[in-house]
Structure formats: C-alpha cells, structure tokens
Design a protein. Structure first.
Lengths: 295, 295
DNA sequence: ACGCGATTATGCACTTCTGCGGCGGGGTTG
DNA sequence: CAACCCCGCCGCAGAAGTGCATAATCGCGT
C-alpha cells in the first residue's frame, strides 16, 4: 500500500507545474515535493511527470491518473467537511422564508438535496405566510427576497429579479396588446389590494395609470398570476413566473422601475452563527443554480 | 491538511476493533497504529474510538465518519487498479462468445459498463455465429457456455443452467398439458434440426419420445422459443428464456438430464494472459449479477 | 554571447517517526 | 485463584523524512 499523502504532492505538482510552486502551495519545501513525487513514481513503477527546465509536466499516464487522484481528493474534502460540521456543531433547523411560488421551484430543483448531502445534520424548513415574516422577531432565520432592502437585515445579492407586464393569450387575441406603458390606462388592469399598497408594483401602477379603477385586486403575487391568466386584465408579474406560464404572453418588456435584486437576507445577529453561515456559504457557492431557480 | 495515511489506520481499527489486530493486518507495529490514531483524533479534535479493555470501539462520531473514509478508500482502490492495469498493459479487445439470446441481456445489464469503468482501456466485443466458435482456433477469446465441457478449455462455473418443457398459453388451453415426461410422445414436439442433432436436448428428446415425428425443427435455441410461442408444439427450453416469455407456460418442471452449469471458458494458453485474467476476475467478482443474467 | 531567473537535483544537519521490548490491566479458563 | 492471553500505553534507539543551502541545467531577453 503506497503512501496516500503522496497523492497530495502529485495533485499539487499537476496544478502548479513545478515542485517549487507546489511546495509553496503546500507550505513545504521544494526538496520534499520533488522527493515524494519521485517516491510515488517509484512505487507506481511508471513516470508521472516529464522533467523539463521550465518545470514538471504530466506524462500521458499522469494525465490518466489525475482524475482518479482528484476523486480521492474530493472524497477527502467531504470527510473534512463532515469533521468541520461536527466541530461547529452544525445541527438543527434553518427556517427559510421566500415568496410562495419559489418554494416549489426550490424543492423540485436539486438545491435542497445537495444541501442535505453536504450538511446531513442540518434541516431546511420553509416557512411562509401571507405577509412578510419578520426576521428580527425570529419568525424565520433567513429570507430570499427581491423587495427593497430592509436596513436592519444583512445579506448578499444572489440573482436578478425582473418584472414585465403580462396578459393571457385569449386576452391578446380579443383586445390586442398595449403599445407602450403609456397605453396601459386603456386596458383593464389587475394589481394588489390595499394590504400590499406599498409594494413597488402597486406604486408603479398608480404612477403609470393614475385614476384607473382596477378590474381585479389580489393580496399575493400568485393571485396576480391567476388573475391575469383568467383574462380579467393585464398586469405586472415577475418574469420568472410569467414566462413559466404557457397561457401568458409578455406584452411589455422588462420594467426597469420594478426590477430589483434577489437577496439572501438574515438578521446580523444570526449571520455569523455557524448553521446560518453554512447556509450562506452553500447558497453563494451554488449561485448559478440559484439564479436558474429565481430566474 | 491532516495526514491522509492516518485514514488507513482508522479504517483498520474500525474493522479489527483493536490496534494490535489492525497493526498486524497492515504489517505494522501496534504502537504505530495507536499513535497514528491518537494523532488523527488530535487533528480532528474529537475522539473517534472508545478505549476499552477489550480493544477499541468506534464512537458515534467515528461511525458517522466511517462511510466517508470508506469512500476515500474505494477511490484509492480505483486509483491503484488503474495503475495495475497500466503495469500489466491491460489494453486491447476481449472477444466474448455466448449464445445469441444472452448477448442482449448482457449488454442491457450494467455488467459491461461496469467492466468498462473498471478497465477503461479494455474493450469487449461479442462474436457469435450459428455454430460453436472454436476458441482453440482463436475465433474468440472467452466463451459463456452451458453445454458439456470441452476438455481442451479451462474455466469456472458461474451459474446454473436449467431447462424445462414449455408450451404456449393458447396451446395449453386447446390441447391441455402433458402429465409427465412419459406423456410427451402424445404431443406435437419441436426440437433442433440435424445440424444440432448431438445437442443434449436433441438426444433427450430422442430418448423420451423415440419414433415421434417433430412438428417443427429449428437450428437455434431462439428458433425453438419462437416455434413454441407460435403454438406449433411443445418443447424443452432454457428456463431463463421460457420464464421470460409471458406467452409461455412451463408444463414440465426442471429436467435434470438437460441441466448443466454455465461456465466461463478460455483456452489454457490464454487464461493467464493479463487481459483475459482480468475478465475472469471481474466476472467471478460479479458472479451474482451474472447469475441473474444467465438465470 | 552572456548573464538572469526559474527550475530540478543533492549533501548535510536536524527533526520526526517507527519498531522493539517491557509494563500494567482486565477478562477467561482451568 | 492463578495462569494465560489480548489489550493499550510508554521509553529508547535506530530509521526515515524534512528543510536549508547549494550545485547544475536550461530558456530567454538584451
């Protein structure tokens, strides 16, 4: 059984293409790297690198072996992560709140199960309600929100939130589509009711179509989607939801005034708590996947 | 970065439950095992084992870590295997011959792709023909056969080959089923034609139903299956094929005289050639899966 | 053509690790 | 109860590994 540590040197040399650079990256002397790698080659019985004046270069055989070594390294990283979790007592529940329509996308995507795989002792719980939960009161630990920033919370942008104006296909066939934002008052509009009167979509509608009586009002984004789908009128929706509905068509392109950033937020007191920090680290590492979920 | 070699000690101790036994299995002294394991615990910052008079026992945390360590070990094993392949120049093609109906099962099962994963530089080729290929002439390298042993070839049993007498469902409905083997001459029988007159199924049929004129004859096992399915008559089939056909029913239980062992065979000159030996090793290791294929 | 910088390889002193032998403890079996 | 076996732990001497300094090699730019 050969020396498993020598795999570290092999990997480092493969990456830095020289024993000196590899040694530095490992916090070891160049001599050691050179000798351990030579020892590994002796144990294997085949050369792994070509000695060049400019440094080491993997041989063909070395290239073939590299992915195997990387799998070992990945397994070790998992092992270390598990240890780290234990050291920081990463157990318990993380209560996540986000707009209801997002929850389904979250759970259907591989995001949550990947998190479970990485932190088996942490559990994610989605909590939601018809109003914004108050993280300061501990109603949830973290939130995905695209609204305006709450000064009390800290967080990081994870994606863009784009809004556009949608109508149902049948509506467009019967009544046509608005030519521009200024044309909106000539169409029946759907929007939020008074409970969400300060939502930026409500404000924007009052701004571009003052004095217009709404043909329908709802108290949730999802309600808005259904109202537009039913053909009651046209209205602004998050592009992620509108585009996902085959019955809806985007009649006015992205509305600058309504666009915000999706942010992952937490109360500053909680942000550095290990299990919350772990969630942040994970989400930021998986930012690309998160973007497709919130798209 | 902790000492990867210490994982070996952890694994050995987990398996042997004592540092002495672990040391022996690793060819090392007991002191080393005990010290390395203590060092690993120090690096991790958590105890992995409980010291008992009877030896070491994994703690709860150790149990949790064990599967991770085993994954690392498995990855290392792959790495070593790859090296071994290179050392023995495991490249090239292995020509496998077997009865035609088996080929489909082989390729559909995970067997072949597992072999590819284990020996990426080896390729498996199935060769077949209407007659038995002659391994001595190099027409193929190895063969799966259930027939009688060819003295010139060497090999190992990998599964049982069971034959029974089958009839189509419609045949049974119209004409009933034979009560015993002795009843067979009263039914229309299907069997092999003269090209396979020495096949043990042909010999058995002549024995239990002499003087009977066959209602249909074919030159392959697969032909036999179709003949029985079409209702032309009843006849002996490998249970693996007969049971797989929903239209067929087994009318007479396993026939002792027709049962043989499935064997993996090769010419003795080839048996120890690295790539053939590798194939043998693999098939024997996967014997359970092979049994379900040949079942 | 020649020096500069980056690289690999090696000699030497020092540190660390390993194996051996021995000790003490706790079961188990006559 | 006593002998025995298997166990973990520890001190010591020898073996192996590590770092530092240095030599040797090669490409590149001036």
């Amino acid at each position: 059984m050969f020396d498993w540590n020598d795999l570290k040197y092999f990997l480092a040399v493969a990456r830095h293409q020289s024993t000196i650079a590899a040694g530095k990256s490992l916090g070891l002397s160049q001599s050691t790297v050179q000798r351990r790698l030579a020892e590994l080659e002796r144990a294997i019985g085949q050369p792994l690198v070509e000695r060049r004046p400019s440094g080491y270069r993997l041989t063909k055989f070395g290239e073939e072996l590299l992915p195997h070594a990387e799998r070992i390294e990945a397994a070790v990283t998992d092992f270390e992560r598990r240890i780290n979790d234990e050291a920081h007592d990463l157990t318990g529940v993380i209560r996540v709140t986000c707009p209801e329509p997002i929850i389904g996308r979250m759970t259907k995507s591989a995001l949550i199960e990947r998190f479970q795989a990485r932190h088996p002792k942490l559990r994610i719980e989605f909590v939601t309600s018809d109003r914004y939960l108050d993280l300061s009161k501990g109603e949830a630990d973290v939130a995905f929100r695209s609204g305006d920033t709450d000064d009390e919370l800290v967080g990081r942008k994870v994606a863009d939130s784009i809004w556009a104006v949608y109508a149902s296909r049948s509506y467009v066939e019967q009544h046509g589509r608005p030519a521009a934002v200024s044309d909106l008052p000539n169409h029946p509009l759907v929007g939020f009711d008074e409970t969400l009167s300060m939502h930026r979509a409500s404000i924007w509608l009052r701004d571009v179509a003052p004095e217009v009586k709404m043909s329908a009002r709802t108290n949730s984004v999802l309600g808005l989607v259904y109202a537009v789908k039913s053909g009651l009128g046209i209205g602004p929706l998050p592009a992620s939801l509108g585009d996902a509905e085959p019955d809806l068509v985007r009649v006015l392109g992205p509305i600058q005034e309504l666009s915000r950033s999706w942010r992952l937020l937490a109360h500053p007191d909680l942000r550095r708590v290990p299990r919350i920090a772990a969630f942040f680290d994970f989400i930021l590492a998986e930012r690309e996947l998160v973007k497709t979920i919130l798209a």
